[in-house]
Design a protein around this ligand. Structure first.
Ligand code: TXA
Ligand code: MG
Length: 340
């Protein structure tokens, strides 16, 4: 793979070009409200294989299929009554539903699984591109496998320069962490990957719902992963990240103690706590959970750019989108979480 990578704002001409490339079996990176996606025609196995090659992604990790209209569902999957109610409530938006797949969806998309992940993104450029090409678009996050997901076009270029012909630049992604993945194939709708659509939001619509317990712990030796993505190393910065969890003063004290013993270290803290760290190098996760979600991946990439060898992050509360932030941080840390 070696091509010139263009970055274009999502003008009419650029959207037409994106649609043409997708129809020809090429890859296009595009903005969504969560993170940037690396898209290919979901019905074209060869095009989908290019995604795995460009990312260096293991073939056993299935992709999410993106659509612009509910009328596209019928060709792709079986829609249950519960799924329909969640779609009505939260689509377009940061929610992926796993549903029994139909034969038209190639096995490469689902890594051979009987279910397919479907999402209708809300970013206007994503919807415009999906409408323009009239195709379901398979798209994982547009990062190299194991790197933090991209939340700007510049992040995509860092990882994909020379590997894909086009990046649509829709500015920074609003949410900043990937969509909530909900398994709709069992008795109880179950969150396999937390995101901005929370358990409370699911229960509000369906009156029930669960979070897979593997969301906040590493898989045990030989344990089957409910979602293959959980098996793989993810979101990792190059430096080693440790998360410190507990009551505020104890967390600050422990982070300072460990930072002062480390070389080339940096601290990730919420805005309010920054003054506590004095002149030590610290990065601002923002004033609240939404800000932390929005900034997390960008900060992990920045830590790489700065060449930091040790990262110490404050744990955030796990309510609302905080569970998604903690899930991504825990994986980036390889579950190195210290309770104080
Ligand atoms: O917000 C998002 O979901 C972004 C944007 C681009 O839409 N996409 C994204 O895709 O995060 P990706 O490939 O990086 O993550 C998809 C996750 C993986 O953890 C994968 O294992 C899981 O969804 N997944 C997809 N299809 C699945 C299936 N049929 N069964 C179980 N897990 C599935
Ligand atoms: Mg990903």
């Amino acid at each position: 793979m070696n091509c010139r990578t263009q970055i274009l704002p999502p003008t009419r001409d650029a959207l037409a070009l994106a649609a043409r490339l997708l129809k020809e079996g090429e890859l296009v990176a595009f903005p969504t409200e969560t993170v940037y996606g690396l898209g290919a025609n979901a019905l074209d196995s060869e095009a989908v294989l290019r995604i795995f090659a460009a990312k260096g992604r293991p073939a056993d990790n299935p992709l999410i299929v993106h659509i612009a209209e509910k009328s596209q569902l019928d060709a792709l999957c079986q829609v249950t009554e519960d799924a329909r109610r969640l779609m009505d409530a939260y689509w377009p938006g940061p929610m992926t539903l796993l549903l029994p797949k139909k034969a038209a969806v190639p096995d490469v998309v689902t890594a051979g699984l009987p279910s397919v992940g479907i999402r209708m993104p809300s970013h206007p450029a994503a919807l415009a591109m999906l409408r323009e090409c009239q195709l379901p678009v398979a798209a994982p996050s547009a990062n190299l496998s194991t790197r933090p997901s991209p939340t700007t076009a510049a992040h995509v270029l860092e990882d994909m320069d020379g590997r894909i012909p086009l990046i649509l630049d829709g500015g920074p992604c609003e949410v900043g962490v990937e969509s909530t993945v909900i398994d709709m194939t069992g008795a109880v709708p179950t969150i396999l990957r937390p995101g901005a659509v929370t358990l409370e939001m699911i229960r509000k619509v369906l009156g029930r719902g669960a979070v897979a317990d593997s969301v906040m712990r590493p898989l045990k030796e030989g344990e089957a992963a409910p979602s293959p993505g959980m098996r793989h190393k993810h979101y990792a910065p190059r430096g080693h990240l440790t998360i410190v969890k507990g009551e505020k003063d104890a967390v600050v004290r422990e982070i300072i103690r460990r930072y002062d013993q480390s070389e080339n270290a940096v601290i990730l803290a919420v805005s309010d706590h920054l003054p506590e760290y004095g002149a030590r190098r610290a990065m601002d996760m923002g004033p609240d959970l939404s800000a932390a979600a929005h900034s997390l991946f960008a900060l992990l990439r920045k830590a790489d750019d700065m060449g930091y060898a040790r990262l110490f992050a404050e744990a955030v509360p796990d309510g609302g989108v905080g569970l998604a932030v903690m899930n991504r941080m825990a994986r980036a840390a390889g579950f190195d979480i210290e309770e104080v």
